[in-house]
Design a protein around this ligand. Structure first.
Ligand SMILES: [Zn+2]
Length: 241
């Protein structure tokens, strides 16, 4: 309902030529329907127990993306799933450092690192995909963040910004040039995945209602701004034909 109201407002304001005056950007405006084809892939980022209520690093409303993604899956020939997949004592865990608390930051060799509660430890139930996620046609699962000293928000490249996960090679060898990114969390793993995909030459859509955010100190607004600047298109699941 809220979305419908927002749409009507956007359409009305466009009709009145008031978009600039309202501070609305064209990317926020309802898009024409897009139809994913053989060269498109749906990327489902980290829809794991750890990021859903009851998990170790729950994203508010995380479970809400599951039915949206299940439905979207029917529109895609190619589906990639990712899993955050950390060692115990991982460099991204606050518990690894004396005196550090979750959501503080620290400086690692490759730059600033947000410190998280222990989450998504390899092989744990916490790291398993959410039980209601139904993606029987998914073709590959990319696990990331498995190097103990390096985090990996992005499904394409680890946080040292030089170690590839192999996903770009996989997609390119299969002739895929467009990706639609969904999952958790919008402002971290989804955003980094989307921006890296742009950098690697893919056309990129983020399906907003198929994501939920952590929104730490304004990180969600910042992520959308950065994504938009890099040419990531922001759409809703209803925009998919
Ligand atoms: Zn992680």
């Amino acid at each position: 309902m809220r979305q419908l109201q927002r749409r009507s407002l956007l359409q009305a304001s466009a009709a009145l030529g008031m978009m600039g005056g309202l501070g609305l950007t064209p990317s926020a405006f309802a898009q024409a329907k897009v139809k994913p084809g053989a060269k498109s892939a749906l990327i489902v980022v980290d829809v794991q127990n750890c990021f859903i209520d009851g998990g170790t690093l729950p994203v508010k409303g995380g479970a809400d993306v599951v039915p949206v993604i299940n439905k979207l899956a029917g529109a895609f020939e190619n589906i990639v799933v990712t899993q955050d997949w950390h060692t115990a004592g991982h460099a991204s865990f606050a518990s690894t450092y004396a005196g550090k608390k979750p959501f503080e930051t620290t400086k690692l060799k490759y730059g600033n690192q947000v410190l998280w509660p222990d989450h998504c430890v390899q092989g744990s139930d916490d790291a398993a995909l959410h039980k209601d996620l139904k993606l029987p046609t998914a073709q590959v699962i990319i696990r990331k963040g498995f190097h103990k000293d390096v985090d990996s928000y992005s499904a394409f490249e680890e946080a040292d910004r030089k170690t590839p996960t192999g996903l770009a090679g996989y997609l390119k060898q299969r002739g895929i040039n467009t990706v639609y990114v969904t999952g958790l969390a919008t402002d971290f793993c989804v955003a980094w995945t989307a921006m890296d995909a742009r950098k690697l030459g893919f056309q990129v859509y983020v399906i907003e209602d198929a994501t939920r955010a952590i929104d730490l100190n304004g990180s969600l607004a910042a992520a959308w701004k950065q994504m938009s600047a890099k040419g990531v298109k922001r759409i809703q699941s209803s925009d998919i034909a």
